[in-house]
Design a protein around this ligand. Structure first.
Ligand code: CAP
Ligand code: MG
Length: 474
């Protein structure tokens, strides 16, 4: 049966959550969601879709006597269904959501209880579309890669970073030494790894003060500015804010530090708290645990695109978007590059929706004209942020090494991202500093349009990296 034929199978309760071919779903009242859905139990596609629309808006498994005419206005509505493609589109009256921009609340609806319903055997939120007026409720990023580039004086190439490895176990002084070596080798950006916190062998306050010394030394010796992204994730918000304040009180100049938050395990409220408290700091969203939702073989959850769009809405300055199949983590070019470009662009092409990030009505001709000529420089800038949600930059990490920089850029199609290579630098046969230099050289080769084999002939660190990483993973 096709969707129209299934209409006759709906009970009264389900009929309250559907309006196939409803008028203009883009009239500004609705957030639109595209789900992959496989019905469970004895339900057909449309019955299951209506049950999902009910549970993810105003309903439950029976029509209740306490409904009112207004509550029915808040029903989410199935407005399109393609059973043969296992797809359904649902329109959510966005008045349902907590006022003034609460990502946690929106996700509680659309990837909350519904993922646990018996009525579905698969339910994955593949794409989402926000109307301008809803976008206007959200902060979006404040301090972006534009500001980081201006601070570093790095343009027209990726910002080159690392994660200190081993992932855990170094003392504060040893940790800072690795930072220094990477920066001295020419790297721009160092991040704590996602589990770094206040371990007894690496106390947070000592790590911060040692990193400050390491950064000062590297800046003095190289004459180049550097950035460190401190993981401020913590057991509670007071401790999280305490870590932020510790960094800010350690003498780092504005722009030389970022706050990393494990956004999935810390939660969206932590992400938005950091964005609202520290609009002058790069908020680095690490997505550890996202794979529970996003892995392609997982029938429940949401796509990397959806996760990344909500991170932009929440105000993350950057979020990890995956290595598009080039690095060690699961993830396809189609998924990862779509996500990366959607959070950068003024109008982002999604899987099922093209998203204008303008907070002004679609009639904003100036904005759409800007979008036509969009490039890294014209994306929503600070001057423009009254009319659009600023960009959130892709952070590219996971199994990369200098020999994979160009292959990744070739897939991505541009260099508007931060890349962080852990083993890719610290496993270099001549150590971290050489690993950093090899990364810088691989980037120089790319920018000069020289094949790295050729460029390596005059650059030993790159040649050693190619010899080492070219072998099968050790
Ligand atoms: C990478 C990394 C990153 C993940 C994040 C790690 O180290 O530090 O956290 O790659 O993955 O812990 O594995 P390597 P994603 O560079 O040594 O692989 O960016 O996909 O969220
Ligand atoms: Mg890590």
């Amino acid at each position: 049966m096709n969707a129209k034929e299934m209409l006759g199978t709906l009970n009264a309760h389900q009929q309250a959550y559907i309006n196939l071919g409803m008028g203009n779903v883009r009239n500004g009242e609705y957030m639109l969601a595209a789900f992959r859905l496989v019905p469970g139990g004895k339900l057909n596609h449309l019955q299951a879709a209506c049950e999902v629309a009910a549970e993810s808006s105003t309903g439950t498994n029976f029509k209740v006597n306490t409904e009112t005419p207004f509550s029915r206005e808040m029903n989410a509505l199935v407005y399109q269904a393609e059973p043969e493609r296992e797809l359904v589109w649902i329109a959510y009256p966005w008045r349902l959501f907590d006022r003034w921009g609460n990502v946690q609340n929106v996700l509680t609806y659309v990837v909350g209880n519904v993922l646990g319903m018996k009525e579905v055997r698969a339910l994955k939120l593949m794409d989402v579309w926000f109307p301008p007026a809803m976008l206007g409720q959200f902060d979006g990023p404040s301090y972006t890669i534009d500001e980081m580039r201006a601070y570093l004086g790095v343009y027209d190439r990726p910002i080159l970073g690392t994660i200190v490895k081993p992932k855990m176990g170094l003392t504060s002084a040893e940790y800072a030494e690795v930072c220094y070596e990477f920066w001295a080798g020419g790297g721009d950006f160092v991040k704590n790894d996602e589990p770094q916190a206040n371990q007894d062998f690496c106390p947070y306050d000592k790590m911060v003060s040692h990193v400050k010394k390491a950064m000062d030394k590297a800046v003095r010796e190289t004459g180049a500015r550097k950035v460190h992204s401190f993981n401020v994730s913590a057991s509670d918000f007071d401790t999280m804010i305490g870590r932020c304040e510790l960094v800010r009180g350690a003498g780092f100049e504005p722009g030389s530090y970022a706050f990393l938050i494990d956004g999935i395990t810390s939660g969206w409220t932590a992400v938005q708290t950091l964005r609202r408290r520290y609009p002058d700091v790069f908020i680095h969203f690490h997505r550890a645990a996202h794979a529970a939702f996003t892995r392609p073989e997982n029938p429940f959850g949401c796509s990397v695109l959806v996760l990344s769009k909500f991170a932009r809405l929440a105000g993350a300055s950057g979020i990890h978007t995956g290595t598009a199949g080039v690095g060690k983590m699961a993830g396809s070019p189609e998924e990862d590059v779509t996500a990366a470009n959607n959070i950068l662009s003024i109008i982002g092409k999604g899987h099922y929706f093209d998203q204008s990030w303008s907070t002004v009505s679609d009639m904003d001709v100036g904005f759409t004209r800007l979008a036509k000529h969009e490039d890294t420089k014209t994306r929503v800038t600070r001057e423009d942020d009254w009319r659009g949600i600023r960009k959130c930059c892709p952070i590219i990490s996971g199994g990369l090494n200098p020999t994979l920089l160009k292959p990744f850029i070739d897939v991505m199609g541009h260099t508007e991202f931060i890349t962080t290579m852990g083993a890719g630098c610290h496993a270099h046969p001549k150590g971290t500093r050489a690993g950093a230099t090899a990364l810088v050289q691989a980037c120089e080769a790319y920018m000069q349009k020289i094949e790295i084999d050729e460029y390596a002939k005059g650059h030993p660190e790159l040649a050693e990296a190619m010899a080492f990483f070219g072998k099968k993973k050790g």
